[in-house]
Design a protein around this ligand. Sequence first.
Ligand code: SF4
Ligand code: SF4
Length: 407
Amino acid sequence: MTHRPASDARPDAHAGEGRPAPASAGIFDPGLLDRCISCGFCLPVCPTYKLTGQETSSPRGRITLMRALEAGKLADGDPTLAEEASFCLGCRACETVCPAGVRYGELLEQWRDHQWRGRRRPLLARLLMAVVSRPGLLALQRLVRRYATGRGGPRRGAVPATAPTGSGTARSGGAPARDGAARPASLMLGCVERGLYPEVSRAVLRLRPELAVPGGQGCCGALHAHNGDSATGRELALKLGERLDGVIVTTAGGCAAHLAHHLGRERVAELSEYLERTGYRPAGEVRVGGRRARVALQDSCHLRNALGVTRPPRELIAAVADYVELPNAGDCCGAAGTYSLLRPADSRAVLDPKLEAIEAAGVDYVVALNPGCLRQLRQGLRRAGSKVRAIHLAELLAMAENGSTAR
Ligand code: SF4
Ligand code: SF4
């Protein structure tokens, strides 16, 4: 874990350092900030609190910091504020156990907006935000792919090689909803996924060839919102919403939650939800060494904690393989958007217990529902010398349709 500044979480501890914030600074929505009753139910589920045992690194401790900032009891240049706004994974596990309905994710976005105002973000964050904002920079994305996936990139041949790029000719169409209503639907290619794992979109089109794939797709803005630029995050979400007709089908849990927040829940469907809604019946099975494959799932934090989607991906996996529930499937894997790039040591510390659980479960595959989680798991498993392979849900289902026998 990286060095963390000492803090006793007392709001007055650093008063006077940097520029003092005025009383009631207007940084946070007061209705959101007031909601916390300081019960502490959220502490045991918080990954950063589990790592440090420090109140300051818990949801309640961070809300105390936000309140001190808002009230002018902490100067906004305070290093603990910067550290804790960055150390938080934004996984929103705290929201799922909160009896007061604190919308921590929104508070965190408001906090990070304030923290980064007038300051330069780390070079890597700026670079990523610039690249994903410009669909034309695919060549640079391929460089990022090489850097990010290293030697253990995705296996070739699992799905057909007819890649949509999102920058070429648009395909039109729409999958029928299960109720028979003709509902147009568009596949979102995802800025990160398109660069790092284009085989995921290819697999989706094998499962649902009727999906439209409009060209000229931009970023959804989740990366910006999570890195202290909510205005651009919202702007990009609205723009993408105009570009994609009907229901936006996404293979990234984080993007699904961000788009649902800005466009409305009914406009967005993560892949497993969409497949269920449109009556998809998984075909075939995935086999390993003459037996049915053993497959675990890594939940996407935002899909699980913000949108409450947990059942559909499990049922889809169980239809084509022997499903194995990991004891910590719902815990963050440490990818958390740009977190694994900006805070690699903390990210690995969050990931390690998950790698141990995957190994102990004796599975052949672990399924991810988000490109960031996929990258994180692949890199972690490779570092650990594991034989377990990380794969996206779409790839697993396409392999089953192929009648795929691995290894
Ligand atoms: S569970 Fe909710 S109300 Fe209780 S301390 Fe955590 S954020 Fe505050
Ligand atoms: S978002 Fe995750 S890491 Fe951040 S305070 Fe909540 S539970 Fe902890």
